[in-house]
Write a protein that binds this ligand. Structure first.
Ligand code: AMP
Ligand code: FE
Ligand code: FE
Ligand code: ZN
Length: 276
């Protein structure tokens, strides 16, 4: 079984790189893509554990971008030398922008009466501290009933506690991935605000060359829609569960939510050959 979208505790997942590999073995996933947000640290650390366990690792990354003012996630795969060089420098810039946002987010949350420090959040987030970590703290301290409320009431783009973060434009993200020799895939297209079918010409213009048609958030008809768009525009297809460990308890490696995910094995060869 293959799964090309997963997170470790170097970003907002709960499994260490070693635990994620154990989880892959347990789930019967023999080819695993690690796609932490804005960091390669989880992948780097997983390499020896994967080799020992006989799991084939695919180096990946998930980048948050802005598309027409809304958040759109991009996956980068098969970067030359696993993204060593300029691409990693650019990734570090994204981390710096995130840290700057986190400082302002702490100030905003304190204004709203919450006793939360940056150190507390960073203790959970390590290489990439994000809003999900702030949400976890808010639940643990009893400020909100659950993660959903933390986002809906405070952390979501439209909520009271939201603070701006400098994010690359979608086209900029795609360009960085493609210039590093990678495959740029539109992550969980079902979450993109707006009509993806109508946006396609613009996304292609930006250099997008793959579509995450298989994802644990997708219904069968979503998958059919995005496979159809990939076929129509000659895009490669990627797929994965978006496993985050215990923070997204219903999502399983390889099989998604209650078995809603079934990723064809031949997709990997097509990606390697860059041939849809
Ligand atoms: P950040 O990159 O720190 O701004 O946090 C973004 C992450 O927060 C996303 O990758 C999601 O995992 C999570 N997230 C964003 N909006 C929501 C929401 N409305 N509900 C739940 N999780 C969200
Ligand atoms: Fe995430
Ligand atoms: Fe995502
Ligand atoms: Zn993800």
């Amino acid at each position: 079984m293959i799964d090309l979208h997963s997170h470790t505790n170097e970003s907002d997942g709960t499994c260490s790189p070693e635990e994620l590999i154990q989880e892959a073995v347990r789930a019967g996933v023999d080819t695993l893509g690690i796609t932490d947000h804005d960091t390669f640290k989880g992948f780097d650390q997983a390499v020896p554990f994967a080799a020992a366990a006989g799991v084939q690792l695919v180096c990946g990354i998930e980048i948050s971008t802005k598309l027409h003012g809304h958040s759109a996630h991009l996956l980068g795969y098969f970067l030359a030398d696993n993204g060593i060089g300029d691409f990693r420098t650019w990734v570090l810039d994204q981390q710096a922008a995130r840290r700057d946002r986190n400082l302002r987010l702490v100030a905003r949350l304190r204004e709203l009466g919450f006793d939360i420090t940056l150190a507390e959040a960073e203790a959970r987030g390590k290489g990439m501290t994000g809003r999900p970590h702030f949400a976890q703290i808010m639940v643990e301290k009893g400020y909100v009933a659950n993660l959903r409320r933390a986002f809906d009431d405070y952390l979501d783009e439209s909520a009271r506690g939201y603070v701006y973060r400098r994010e690359p434009l979608f086209a900029e993200g795609v360009a960085h991935i493609r210039n590093a020799g990678g495959i740029a895939s539109l992550a969980h297209p079902v979450r993109v605000k707006g009509d993806v079918a109508a946006l396609m010409p613009e996304l292609l213009d930006a250099g997008l060359n793959a579509m995450e048609a298989y994802h644990s958030d997708h219904t069968a008809s979503d998958t059919a829609l995005y496979l159809g768009l990939a076929r129509k525009y000659g895009l490669l297809v990627t797929g994965g569960s978006d496993f985050h460990g215990t923070v997204k308890p219903g999502v399983n490696l390889g099989t998604g939510c209650q078995g809603n995910l079934s990723i064809p094995e031949d997709l990997l060869e097509k990606l390697r050959a860059r041939d849809p």
